[in-house]
Design a binder for this molecule. Structure first.
Ligand code: PMP
Length: 396
C-alpha cells in the first residue's frame, strides 16, 4: 500500500506526508517474478559474501567475548572496529573521529537530522542516489539538483546555487545510479570552491573500493577534512545484511551526529561490529576485495559486449563505468524508460527507469542497469530481450 494513498483517521506528522513509497521497491517486486532477467536490483552479488569466514568469526566472538558481544555498547562504536576503519581510510583519521553507523543509510539520516531544517536548501548531483533523497525528505528540505556531466558536478553551477545551502551531497566514485567517477581536476576544483563558499560537502563512498582498472582519485574529504562529512559502508565489500557503515565528521558537527545516533538506536549492533572486526583482523579485506573487483569487472565486460552486439543501429547510448555495480544508458530519442518498462518485463527483462533519481527536471530516456547479480549468460539474454523491446516499441 502506498503511504500517500493511506486512508487513516489518525493525524500524521507533516514529515510523514513527505515519506514516499520507494519507486524502486515497487519495480523490484515485478523484477523478482520467476524467469525475469533483472538488471533492476541494487544488491551486491551474494556470491561475494564470505560466509565461511563469518561462520568462524561468529564462533570465535561468542567463545572469547560472548557476553560483551551480546550487551549494550558505546554509541560511538566498537573501538577495534573504529581503529580498523581509521587505518583503511587514505588520510590521517584518528579512531576517535569514526562513528560506526547502522549502514551508511543511517549516516544519511543523521546528516539530515543535524543539518536540515524545513525549507533548508540542500544541493545534490544530477542525478543522485534515490535513498539519499528519501533520507533527506522527512526533514522537509528544498532539494536542488546541480547540473553534472560525465566528470561529476559542474563547479560553476554549484557556485551559482551555493547561497545558504546547508550542504552538497556528492558520490565521487562509481556513482549510484550513473556509475560515473568524478575526475581529479573536478575534485580539486570542487573542494576548493566549496571551502571558499563555506558550503559543507557530504561525501558518500560505498563503492570506492570496487574499482576495475585503477583506484579512483583521493576522496574529497581527504583534501579538506574540516569541510566534509565522509560516509563509508561494509555493505559492498563484506555484506549488506550486517547493516554496518561509518562516518567521519569534523569537530564542528561530530558531537551532534553522535547525539542523533544515540537518539536513533543507541548504537550499531555490537555483535555484528565485533564479528566484522574479527573478520578484518588479519588483512582479510585486502585479499577479499580483489575477488569482488575481478567478478564485477567480468560482469561489466559481459554487459558492454552484449550492449555493443544487441543495440547496434538502435540509437541507444551507455557509459563505461570504471567500477561499482551500475551502468547508465539512454534510450532512443522520444522514448520514455518508464513506459518501456512494462513491455520489457512482459518480455522477461527488468531495469530501473532513471527518472526517480533526479531531484529536479528528469531525463525520461535514462535507465540504470546493474551488471552484478545476473550471470554472463543471463546478461546476454537480458540485453537481447531489452533490444527486442526497444525495436518493437520504436516500430509502433
Ligand atoms: N549510499 C549509496 C550511494 C548507496 O548506493 C547505498 C546502498 N544502496 C547506500 C548509501 C546505503 O548503503 P548501506 O546502508 O547498506 O551502507
Amino acid at each position: 500500500m502506498k503511504l500517500n494513498d493511506l486512508q487513516t483517521p489518525w493525524t500524521l506528522a507533516r514529515r510523514a506526508q513527505k515519506m514516499n513509497p520507494s519507486v524502486l521497491r515497487e519495480i523490484l517486486k515485478v523484477a523478482e517474478r520467476p524467469g525475469i532477467v533483472s538488471f533492476a536490483g541494487g544488491l551486491p552479488s551474494p556470491a561475494t559474501f564470505p560466509v565461511a569466514e563469518f561462520a568462524d568469526a561468529c564462533a570465535r566472538v561468542l567463545r572469547d567475548d560472548g557476553r560483551a558481544a551480546l550487551q549494550y555498547a558505546a554509541s560511538e562504536g566498537y573501538e577495534p572496529l573504529r581503529e580498523a576503519v581509521a587505518a583503511l581510510l587514505p588520510w590521517n583519521v584518528e579512531p576517535g573521529q569514526v562513528l560506526i553507523t547502522t549502514g551508511s543509510q543511517q549516516g544519511l539520516d543523521l546528516v539530515a537530522k543535524v543539518l536540515i531544517d524545513a525549507g533548508s536548501r540542500v544541493l545534490v548531483e544530477t542525478p543522485t542516489y534515490l535513498g539519499a533523497l528519501q533520507a533527506f525528505a522527512p526533514m522537509e528540505p528544498a532539494v536542488e539538483g546541480v547540473a553534472s556531466d560525465a566528470e561529476g558536478v559542474d563547479v560553476e553551477a554549484f557556485s551559482a546555487r551555493a547561497d545558504a545551502a546547508r550542504f552538497l551531497y556528492v558520490l565521487p566514485n562509481f556513482q549510484n545510479p550513473t556509475g560515473r567517477t568524478m575526475s581529479e581536476a573536478r575534485r580539486a576544483a570542487l573542494v576548493e570552491r566549496a571551502a571558499a563558499l563555506g558550503v559543507p560537502l557530504v561525501e558518500d563512498n560505498p563503492y570506492g573500493d570496487l574499482w576495475f582498472e585503477a583506484p579512483p582519485p583521493l576522496p574529497l574529504t581527504a583534501r579538506n577534512p574540516q569541510g566534509c562529512i565522509y560516509l563509508g559502508s561494509f555493505s559492498k565489500v563484506l555484506a549488506p545484511g550486517l547493516r554496518l557503515g561509518y562516518l567521519v565528521a569534523p569537530p564542528a558537527v561530530a558531537p551532534k551526529l553522535l547525539q542523533a545516533k544515540q537518539a536513533a538506536d543507541l548504537h550499531a549492533p555490537s555483535f555484528n561490529q565485533r564479528v566484522v572486526a574479527e573478520v578484518m583482523k588479519d588483512g582479510f579485506l585486502q585479499r577479499h576485495v580483489p575477488t569482488i573487483r575481478a567478478l564485477y569487472r567480468a560482469q561489466r565486460d559481459a554487459m558492454l559486449a552484449a550492449l555493443s552486439r544487441e543495440m547496434a543501429g538502435l540509437d541507444v547510448t551507455w557509459n563505461v563505468p570504471d567500477g561499482g555495480m551500475f551502468l547508465w544508458a539512454r534510450l532512443p530519442r522520444g522514448m520514455d524508460a518508464r513506459s518501456l518498462l512494462p513491455e520489457a518485463v512482459e518480455r522477461g527483462v527488468a531495469f530501473v527507469p532513471g527518472a526517480p533519481f533526479f531531484a529536479g527536471e528528469t531525463d525520461p530516456r535514462a535507465l540504470r542497469l546493474s551488471f552484478v547479480t545476473a550471470t554472463a549468460e543471463q546478461i546476454d539474454r537480458g540485453i537481447a530481450l531489452l533490444a527486442a523491446t526497444i525495436r518493437e516499441h520504436r516500430g509502433r
